[in-house]
Design a protein around this ligand. Structure first.
Ligand SMILES: *Cc1c(COP(=O)(O)O)cnc(C)c1O
Length: 390
């Protein structure tokens, strides 16, 4: 008999009842070090006092009004995002996939509104993950996600990762834009070279295309800058964000330049819940912390500390671990051993980690993680690998 919860996930058999910073506790009181952060979501860890305070206040106020009316917290959040990014304007939704989907609509509408209704196709790269709606699945084009879900939504072309010649060849009269993650998260922490992103920027400018970065996973300080593309000096025209934005409260957003958003006038896009008072209270509280002086320096320092420790692990367990992948606290290990087995063994030893493609395990501690906790995590990995037969 089917479970009451539709069985679309292969869940680990553990549930949590309490969290504190980088730690989370199950019903038996067993403590785990949480290096999943709910898949790069709980950026401030569990039970962060200022997030709790902001949400407690929000809960006592008006929860929801819809976008029929002005929402002061949403205006504040949009202003903060505009002030701290390339963007001039922001649309709020409730998830990463919705943010990407909104960005896809915006790209198409831009071309339509600027006299090119024939341009609607978006080029993506192999290994991309952009979400699980029909359009974002078509954008990601992963066979394992698409199979059985009927005709693939039209309007997406895909080229091999890092192949500039293929990218150039894929641009045609119907191309509207290029969508790419600066670092591929789900498919194994693959970093797109800066030179490649620079060439994409030039290509988009030369062909009148919009450059669309999906920073749903890489954003909100995860890599050590507010957004990963800041390391490259390349700015997009459109960007999707979500995951860490609400610190655990569901919220996503599409950011765009004024020029790119030219077609997004009243009535063109909408969401009942998008940017509601509770969601934007959470995101405002998260951004306040992440933008505070020293916060991102801390992420960089913890990322470096983690990387150093992981390099040591690769050196000690070269027969089981191949290499360190990623940037900042979006970091992980590509394994020779079965990564799923390693994840189970780590959990049994009190460390929670996340799988990714390429036999990679992701280590995504909250951004507030300390040296002691990173060291504890590293020690668990060392000890677990020690006892694992390769
Ligand atoms: C997680 C993710 C998404 C999808 O986000 P959901 O909130 O699960 O819809 C889209 N793009 C990237 C890069 C992601 O990592």
């Amino acid at each position: 008999m089917v479970t009451a919860v539709m069985p679309t996930y292969a869940r680990a058999d553990v549930a949590f009842v309490r969290g504190e910073g980088a730690y989370i506790f199950d019903a038996n009181g067993r403590r785990y070090l949480d290096f999943t952060s709910g898949i790069a979501v709980t950026a401030l860890g569990h039970g962060h006092p200022r997030l709790v305070e902001a949400m407690t206040k929000a809960i006592q106020g008006v929860w929801h009004t819809s976008n029929l009316f002005r929402i002061p917290g949403q205006e504040q959040l949009a202003e903060t995002l505009v002030k701290n990014t390339f963007a001039d304007t922001v649309f709020f939704g409730n998830s990463g996939a919705e943010a990407v989907e909104g960005g896809i609509k915006l790209v198409r509408k831009y071309q339509y509104a600027s006299g090119h209704p024939e341009r609607f196709r978006i080029i993506t790269v192999e290994g991309a993950f952009h979400g699980r709606t029909l359009a974002t699945l078509a954008a990601g084009r992963q066979e394992k996600h698409l199979k059985g879900f009927g005709p693939i939504v039209d309007g997406f072309d895909q080229v091999p990762f890092g192949d500039m010649a293929a990218m150039k060849a894929a641009i045609g009269p119907a191309t509207a834009g290029i969508l790419i993650e600066p670092i591929q998260g789900e498919s194994g922490l693959k970093i797109v070279p800066t030179s490649y992103l620079k060439e994409l920027r030039a290509l988009c400018d030369a062909h009148g295309l919009l450059l669309f970065f999906d920073e749903v996973q890489t954003g909100m300080g995860r890599t050590g800058k507010l957004f990963a593309h800041e390391f490259t000096g390349v700015t997009p025209d459109v960007m999707s964000i979500a995951k860490g934005l609400g610190g655990g409260f569901p919220i996503g957003a599409v950011l765009a330049t004024e020029k790119a958003a030219i077609g997004m006038v009243a009535g063109t896009h909408g969401s009942t819940f998008g940017g509601n008072p509770l969601a934007t209270a959470a995101a405002n509280a998260v951004l306040k912390e992440v933008l505070a002086p020293g916060f991102l320096d801390h992420v960089v320092a913890m990322g470096e500390h983690m990387r150093k420790g992981l390099e040591g692990i690769v050196a000690r367990h070269g027969n089981k671990i191949a290499e360190v992948r990623g940037k900042g606290l979006l970091i992980g290990l590509r394994c020779h051993v079965d990564s799923a087995k390693l994840i189970d063994a780590l959990r049994a030893n009190g460390l929670l980690t996340v799988a990714a493609g390429d036999n990679v395990i992701r280590l995504l501690p909250p951004l507030i993680v300390g040296t002691r906790e990173v060291d504890e995590g590293l020690a668990i990995i060392d000890r677990t690998l020690e006892s694992m037969v390769s």
